[in-house]
Design a protein around this ligand. Structure first.
Ligand SMILES: CC(C)(COP(=O)(O)OP(=O)(O)OC[C@H]1O[C@@H](n2cnc3c(N)ncnc32)[C@H](O)[C@@H]1OP(=O)(O)O)[C@@H](O)C(=O)NCCC(=O)NCCS
Length: 155
């Protein structure tokens, strides 16, 4: 399996369908625009036999969490993660998530941040909880994990 940065001239974004229209639309229309503007980076898992075929993708960027009116906490954000419907439940979602966490762990060696946040869709929070993410008290579909926890789990 190969995870590479989205190459809009090569990867077939139109054929991808993870069952969530907002995620499909993001990959098709916004992922490349946002990458060109340095807003997000999108990585795709490709089929080994057909390298232009996208099996799954995720995006990562920096964000923040508001702690109080005066205090914000800078965090890394896994904003979107999806696996093509025909390939779900085969471990690809886990593979993408682990790859995203490893990339962010590397990034945290260069730019310090303490937490990684994910924006989950309705009912998908449990997928992330399996890997140690904890839901925010006031926003169930937003979950976090500390960089320290990620580092310890990969050691
Ligand atoms: C959620 C999603 C990414 C999971 O991908 P996947 O490739 O099917 O998941 P995996 O096969 O890697 O599953 C890994 C583990 O998570 C569990 N899991 C998968 N989807 C789950 C869900 N929706 N809720 C709870 N647990 C889930 C699996 O049972 C598996 O557990 P196990 O190891 O104990 O068997 C995929 O279903 C998807 O793309 N859904 C539509 C888009 C979406 O909602 N994305 C997430 C929000 S950004």
């Amino acid at each position: 399996m190969r995870i590479v940065k989205l190459n809009p001239g090569f990867h077939n974004r139109n054929a991808f369908d993870c069952g969530s229209e907002p995620l499909n639309r993001y990959l098709k229309y916004y992922a490349n625009q946002h990458s060109k503007k340095d807003i997000t980076r999108t990585y795709v898992l490709t089929d080994e036999k057909e390298l232009s075929k996208i099996l799954g993708f995720y995006t990562i960027t920096m964000s923040y969490v508001k702690l109080s009116d005066e205090k914000i906490l800078p965090v890394a954000l896994i904003g979107r993660l999806g696996v093509d419907k025909a390939h779900q439940k085969q471990g690809y979602g886990e593979y993408l998530l682990v790859d995203a966490l490893l990339k962010l762990l590397q990034a945290s060696e260069i730019v310090g941040f303490t937490h990684i946040v994910v924006d989950a869709k309705d009912g998908v929070g449990q997928f992330y909880e399996k890997f140690g993410f904890v839901p925010f008290q006031d926003e169930k579909n937003k979950l976090f994990i500390t960089v320290k926890t990620v580092r310890n789990s990969f050691q």
